[in-house]
Design a protein around this ligand. Structure first.
Ligand SMILES: [Zn+2]
Length: 52
């Protein structure tokens, strides 16, 4: 499964990474530990929101 890292927008295979995180019932995948840490510190910064 191809996924996009929400932090750096890089496309990669979800099966290839040990870095993942569930936030608001959604699983996010990260290409590097650095991206995972950045996301876990400020998840709101990286999650796309529609203008509700
Ligand atoms: Zn990344």
């Amino acid at each position: 499964m191809k996924v996009v890292c929400p932090v750096c927008n890089r496309l990669f295979e979800a099966e290839c990474t040990p870095y993942k995180l569930v936030y608001n019932d959604i699983m996010y995948y990260f290409d590097t530990e650095i991206c995972q840490i950045a996301f876990s510190k400020e998840p709101e910064r990286f999650i796309f929101k529609c203008g509700k």
